[in-house]
Design a protein. Sequence first.
Length: 81
Amino acid sequence: MDLPESGPSFSPDALVIPMGQDNPRLARSKLGSYYERLPDGTNSLFGKDSSVQLKDLKVFHGVYEEGEYIPFTDAEPFALY
């Protein structure tokens, strides 16, 4: 999810990059019960540390003309039927 107020998030806590003004390079990870633990027993993408300072972050986005259809704008990622 790309949350404009708080940066990209891949599940609620698996990988979160808050992009906050106070620490814009912070990235956090805590793998919940849906994920296997890593071979060393940790439950974070970053090993023993649950947060790291990013060296680099690249963002890729599309450029669209006024009125041009933007793909996936009609997606319902959290639709409950």
